[in-house]
Design a protein around this ligand. Structure first.
Ligand code: ADP
Ligand code: ZN
Length: 613
């Protein structure tokens, strides 16, 4: 942060000016005229109390020796005024009272001066407000609930949410209840009060909550747990009270609490002791929910991606006793989401969503929505009338790694290293039976990566076998192996690969029981220190000797994988060169071109089959 001395200085200057201005405006002003009515004004003029009359719009000012003495109002033209004065017997002109009319009729200067204190006080308030907010407090809007009546009734329906059919089924009941509660009450059914939507970010928790309200045609109030964290003690609780009051007045309705883990963590786990703001806020939510009776048609939906750290009190019956999982979409889900978001957009014939869905494992709904949007932007930039497959595929890379860094300059040598590195990954991936097919190799830098090789999984995987892991390790280390074989030394480019390989090998040994030497058991207990947020710490439940054995096993796995990669690449040195050179020339190679390259007769047979070292 920059030092804000000038801001502080300005702040005090404004306070000083404001006080001065106030003092001056309160001081008895000698030149401030006394307000009188028109007849008194005329009387005083007759008696010679004033020597000049000034007409200023609808105001008359009487002056004596250039000092404002009295003031009265007169509505009418100058002629009417002069007539009235003459009628009253006042002599105007050379030997009587001087009469002047102020041009413009409006005393802007006077108005401005009288506004200065006001402006200064405005500025003062603004600064106070700003500094209060800067201190992470919300001093000025604590009384108001920030719950939003999102357009009253959302127009989103279940048809806008794709790939989560199971969740929709479970929430359908809530919709039914909101629509016709009597049906349920007549049967004595206990009405659900809270439903916890569990799932990773961007997978449509907010969207589906809105859709529930939309389907039932009821208002939707939303508030985020993280809003409460930044507030004064007591403010959170009062805001919750407000929110629920508002909701009950508008029932039937949905209250949506986003990021409930921000307030709903295990109580007593906070660093600030047991009485912090979060806890009071959480208590208030519980009190409100417990206060619902059978006639309260308010259903609270809350979203979290960390159900494990929630306070058990939140999960008791009558509170958030139902959990609906909104998971990362699988391949069919992704296709459906892509279709929802491309609805109404001009798509080219070749823009097959299934192809895109296949290429986007791990994408959330939000990523996919983003992808379609990027595709449309790209098509517009390319002056096209429709979004084609090419645009969508190009957008995948953009969403994964951010926009292409065309501006980054890499030297020819660096480019060569990256090309061999990536080709190493691709070749070893191609040769090993348990690896996914290579989809694309690129040395165009994106985001943090110098280059990348994308493998295309043939299916969504939930289980991994030992040999799949082994092959994955070899593919991961192949970049480094290729560098070593071709240049005789390695670069820092493989750092991330090494990290990932090490972590995978370690998990194979300690979590999946995949080491024959150590046997089928786990080692260490991973725990999250809730009071420190997301910090993870491993609790050791094994001896020093076992620790050494684990290290040995990890080392062995990695060494074996590295040897495999080296062997494959040494035996295919000519191929490595062929592909890497093509990659340097074209920067990106697609699956088909890669496969063709591997079938091509080698240019110089003498390069082939250098024995592995
Ligand atoms: P969350 O609340 O789980 O973080 P959101 O509901 O805010 O996620 O999702 C963000 C956006 O991503 C949505 O507005 C929508 O455009 C898109 N999206 C996410 N999941 C889906 C889905 N299952 N179907 C359609 N669109 C989705
Ligand atoms: Zn690599």
């Amino acid at each position: 942060m920059k030092p804000k001395w000038w801001q502080g200085g300005l702040f005090y200057l404004i306070i000083l000016l404001a006080i001065l201005a106030l003092a001056f405006s309160l001081l008895p002003n000698s030149s401030k005229p006394e307000k009188v009515d028109f007849y008194t004004f005329v009387e005083q003029a007759k008696q010679g109390e004033i020597d000049t009359i000034e007409q200023d719009g609808s105001t008359l000012i009487g002056l004596k020796d250039d000092e404002k003495k009295i003031e009265a109002s007169f509505v009418g033209s100058t002629k009417e005024l002069m007539d009235s004065l003459k009628e009253a017997g006042i002599a105007l002109g050379e030997d009587g009272i001087t009469f002047t009319v102020k041009a413009g009729g409006f005393d802007w200067g006077g108005i401005l001066i009288s506004f200065i204190p006001l402006v200064l006080f405005g500025a003062l308030l603004f600064f106070l407000f700003r500094s209060a907010r800067g201190a992470n407090t919300q001093a000025f809007n604590f009384a108001k609930s920030r719950a939003r009546l999102a357009g009253n009734k959302p127009t989103v329906t279940f048809s806008d949410v794709a790939g989560v059919d199971e969740a929709k089924g479970e929430l359908q009941e809530i919709v039914e209840f909101l629509k016709s509660p009597q049906k349920f009450l007549a049967l004595g059914a206990r009405i659900p009060r809270g439903v916890l939507l569990v799932g990773p970010p961007g997978c449509g928790k907010t969207l589906i909550a809105k859709a529930v309200a939309g389907e039932a045609g009821v208002p939707f109030f939303s508030i985020s747990g993280s809003e409460f964290v930044e507030m004064f003690v007591g403010v959170g609780a009062s805001r919750v009270r407000d929110l629920f009051e508002q909701a009950k007045r508008n029932s039937p309705c949905i209250v949506f609490v986003d990021e409930i883990d921000a307030v709903g963590r295990h109580r007593g786990a906070g660093l600030g002791g047991g009485h912090d703001e979060r806890e009071q806020t959480l208590n208030q939510i519980l009190v409100e929910m417990d206060g619902f009776d059978s006639s309260t048609n308010v259903i609270v939906l809350a979203a979290t991606n960390r159900p494990d750290i929630l306070d058990p009190a939140l999960l008791r019956p009558g509170r958030f006793d139902r959990h609906v999982v909104i998971d990362q979409p699988d391949i069919n889900g992704r296709k459906a989401i892509l279709q929802v978001h491309s609805k109404g957009k001009p798509l080219a014939k070749d823009a097959n969503m299934e192809v895109i869905a296949k290429q986007t494992p791990g994408f959330s709904g939000a990523d996919l929505a983003n992808l379609i949007n990027e595709g449309a932007l790209l098509a517009a930039r390319r002056d096209m009338k429709q979004i084609g497959l090419k645009e969508l595929e190009d957008s995948i890379d953009r969403v994964i790694a951010g926009p292409e860094k065309k501006g980054r300059i890499i030297s020819q040598k660096e480019k060569e290293i990256i090309a061999y590195h990536e080709t190493g990954h691709a070749l070893v991936g191609k040769m090993l039976p348990n690896s996914d097919p290579v989809h694309k190799i690129s040395i165009v830098a994106r985001g943090m990566m110098g280059g990348w090789t994308r493998f295309l999984p043939t299916e969504d995987r939930h289980l991994w076998t030992h040999s799949q892991f082994e092959d994955r390790l070899a593919v991961g280390l192949a970049g480094r192996a290729a560098e070593e074989i071709n240049f005789g030394e390695v670069s820092t480019g493989a750092q991330n690969d090494l990290e990932q390989a090490t972590s995978l090998a370690r998990r194979m040994v300690t979590e999946y029981g995949m080491s024959t030497k150590l046997g089928p058991r786990t080692f260490g207990k991973r725990e999250e220190l809730v009071f420190l947020g997301r910090e993870i710490h491993e609790q050791r439940n094994y001896s020093e000797k076992v620790a050494e054995e684990i290290d040995d096993e990890v080392k062995k796995l990695i060494q074996n994988a590295y040897d495999t990669a080296r062997k494959i690449l040494s035996e295919n040195k000519a191929r490595l060169k062929l592909v890497a050179e093509r990659l340097m020339a074209k920067e990106t190679i697609e699956e088909k071109e890669f496969d063709d390259l591997l079938k091509e007769p080698l240019p110089s047979p003498e390069l082939q089959a250098t024995p592995a070292s």
